[in-house]
Design a protein around this ligand. Structure first.
Ligand SMILES: [Fe+2]
Length: 229
């Protein structure tokens, strides 16, 4: 029984950690949204702020369920490590891991860097935050499963799926941004290599370039650039 009590304590500890993490993210996201230059990135962060507010509410439900699971007689019988660690302050705990990630992000965002680099830094910072949450929710879900707390497991799994989706969206934005930059470099290189007296219209050599921002630029670069024999 002692082992299960300790596992429940670990779950409560993890939930308080995640609760603090979500609170800090809600506080940090508006600055990231303000600093983001790309409108898709701004939109994705805005959307995640709304989702995060819901996740915090979901954690309130989880906390309620985990607290209801407490058996007073067992708590008297054996005070778990959680109680020893946070005696009297069970309701509040600051997630230092998230605090560090957010501080690092703020530091980079305050640097004088180009808009493209700033967006890249914001995506990097947001993905580190997502990965922390994926790890935390995954761990808490595993504890809930082992403790056979099905409702808790289900709620944690809902948030975990949202965190994975947010991370995937950030990866798409990062890849899209890199493709766009590679495309711009490619265009500049081609323009530099083109003879000045070339009479053929540019549209012939770069069809629909603007309509295809995400296309594979490597394939295009490997085509022969020669036009004269
Ligand atoms: Fe979250």
């Amino acid at each position: 029984m002692e082992k299960m009590n300790d596992l429940k304590d670990l779950l409560r500890h993890e939930i308080l950690d995640l609760y603090s993490a979500e609170e800090q993210i809600i506080e940090a996201l508006p600055l990231m949204i303000e600093k983001a230059q790309n409108k898709d990135l701004k939109g994705a962060l805005n959307n995640h702020l709304k989702i995060t507010e819901e996740q915090k509410k979901r954690l309130d439900k989880v906390t309620q369920l985990v607290t209801d699971e407490k058996k007073p007689e067992q708590e008297d019988e054996k005070k778990g490590f959680f109680s020893r660690l946070f005696s009297g302050t069970e309701g509040k705990q600051k997630c230092r891991g998230m605090e560090g990630l957010i501080d690092e992000g703020k530091k980079i965002m305050s640097e004088d860097i180009s808009p493209e680099a700033l967006d890249a830094a914001i995506i990097g910072c947001a993905q580190k935050i997502e990965h922390y949450e994926i790890s935390g929710y995954g761990t808490a879900k595993a504890y809930a499963k082992e403790l056979q707390l099905k409702d808790v497991e289900k709620l944690l799994d809902e948030t975990l799926a949202e965190e994975y989706a947010a991370d995937k969206r950030l990866t798409e934005l990062a890849v899209g941004r890199l493709n766009m930059q590679a495309e711009q470099v490619n265009v500049r290189n081609e323009e530099q290599n083109e003879p000045m007296n070339e009479s053929s219209p540019k549209e012939e050599t770069r069809p629909n370039r603007k309509q295809e921002p995400g296309r594979n630029t490597t394939a295009k670069r490997s085509e022969p650039a020669m036009k004269k024999k």
